[in-house]
Design a binder for this molecule. Structure first.
Ligand SMILES: [Zn+2]
Length: 327
């Protein structure tokens, strides 16, 4: 029986159960909290300042999804997102939610000179370290590798990250989650690189494919044999729910239940914007209803109404995560 690494140790793949494939328990730039540690939940009390409360929102999310039957959450926060597996472990221990951690670099272009001056294999070695030896001395092992391509496309730096991701996947068998941007069809080149490196494409997930309702593009991606994330429900600025749902329904009708994930890419906390900008975004409808439970509260009922069967739902929420993670 295949096992899957979580922040509290390996579990049997059959114990994964209903899984949210793409949600963040914490999201903030690690360099900012390194230099201004009063912002960090794990900081020593250097300045006698109470850091923001990251734990309560994360626990609220964990408990809310568990109330809706979720057993496992994949936490795709890598480098530059402030990956914090000890924080995730605390959330997991306090809530009972199983959390699956990753390794990888989340960048659209920038890389530290450390990586610019080294080759893809040197980067792959670090990903393999997290998968085989564990993350930052915690003993917690990464279960998948995260990479990203966005508006700048697959530049030289982004290609290096993808080749490193691919080589680490080939060396360890770990699956890949690749953030993509359908607006400039990044997935096509991302998949091409994985293919060139000999990755098993059935273990590749193209995240954020659901940001478009261009079925022709989505089928060109699916034709390669990958899985796709319909995983940003609530992020109306990329595509509103009323256009996401018919896309999923059409793909179900075309027989792609075994290739899709439903998720929200929600962040229990997010440091990108000051509170007043977040409020404006919310008020403008850019992230209307965005939460870690939107899929259960609104999306699944609407998809059922449109004809989704229980078996198709089970495939997307249980079987696909298990197959992607465990092979
Ligand atoms: Zn994300």
């Amino acid at each position: 029986m295949a096992s899957v690494e979580t922040v509290t140790g390996p579990i049997d793949a059959d114990e994964l159960g209903t899984t949210l494939i793409h949600e963040h328990l914490i999201y903030r730039d690690e360099a900012v909290v390194f230099h201004w540690p009063h912002l960090s939940p794990n900081a020593p009390d250097l300045e006698n300042v109470t850091p923001p409360d990251y734990m309560t929102p994360a626990l609220d999310c964990a408990r809310a999804v568990m109330e809706r039957g979720v057993k496992t959450l994949c936490e795709p926060t890598g480098m530059f997102g402030g990956r914090d597996v000890e924080f995730s472990r605390e959330v997991s221990e306090k809530s009972g939610l199983q959390v699956v951690p990753c390794t990888g670099i989340y960048t659209y272009e920038y890389l530290p000179t450390f990586f610019v001056a080294r080759d893809a294999d040197a980067m792959a070695d670090l990903f393999v370290h997290d998968i085989e030896e564990g993350i930052r001395g915690t003993g917690i092992k990464a279960a998948f590798i995260k990479c990203a391509a966005d508006e700048p496309g697959v530049t030289e730096n982004i290609e290096k990250v993808h080749r490193a991701t691919a080589r680490a996947s080939v060396r360890t068998g770990a699956p890949i989650m690749a953030h993509s941007r359908p607006a400039n069809e990044t997935a096509i080149r991302q998949i091409e690189i994985f293919q060139e490196e000999g990755v098993d494409l059935s273990r590749v997930q193209i995240a954020h494919t659901g940001d478009t309702d261009d079925l022709d593009y989505i089928e060109r991606v699916l034709d390669k044999g990958v899985l796709v994330g319909m995983d940003r429900y609530g992020l109306e600025l990329f595509l509103p729910t009323e256009r996401r749902n018919p896309t999923v329904t059409a793909l179900l009708e075309r027989g792609y239940a075994d290739r899709m994930f439903l998720s929200q890419d929600y962040c229990a906390t997010l440091d990108w914007y000051p509170p007043e900008v977040l409020e404006q975004l919310d008020a403008s409808g850019a992230s209307k209803g965005w939460s870690m439970t939107l899929v259960f509260d609104e999306v699944i009922p609407a998809l059922r109404e449109a004809g989704m069967t229980d078996a198709q739902l089970e495939t997307m929420m249980v079987s696909n995560p298990r197959r992607w993670l465990a092979g």
